[in-house]
Design a protein around this ligand. Structure first.
Ligand SMILES: [Zn+2]
Length: 126
């Protein structure tokens, strides 16, 4: 709650600064451009901080070959801020797919599927 209050105070200060800039239209274009850039920077910083509270991305995800349905479900949960799910570094617990255990083969396939989705998302964001 306190965070929301301080965000509102910051936004009110920015609106006040914008109103002052409009009132001071006699400024030269370079000065006006600098002030607008500073204002945009402040707004972007506030928006980034506020959105961070909604991010559900992970830095590390442990994937156990006995809980693959849970991992697959996690892959499908989108982040409200970043879009696609970001699970960070995947730490896999299981054997090698080449050993023939179907759980390990599915684990490998899910990890590859996740990595492909990360690569395609990076290409789209460029
Ligand atoms: Zn996120």
């Amino acid at each position: 709650m306190k965070s929301r209050h301080s965000t509102l105070e910051k936004l009110c200060a920015i609106v006040h600064a914008l109103e002052q800039q409009i009132a001071l239209c006699k400024q030269n274009p370079r000065t006006r451009k600098k002030r607008v850039a500073a204002t945009l920077y402040a707004i972007r910083k506030i928006v980034k901080n506020e959105l961070g509270a909604f991010c559900n991305c992970q830095q590390i995800t442990v994937v156990n070959n006995s809980e693959l349905d849970a991992f697959e479900a996690k892959m499908a949960i989108p982040c409200p801020v970043h879009g696609a799910s970001r699970l960070g570094i995947l730490v896999t617990i299981g054997g090698y797919a080449s050993d023939g255990d179907p759980r390990d083969q599915r684990l490998e396939e899910l990890v590859k599927q996740y990595q492909r989705s990360c690569i395609s998302q990076k290409r789209r964001s460029r």
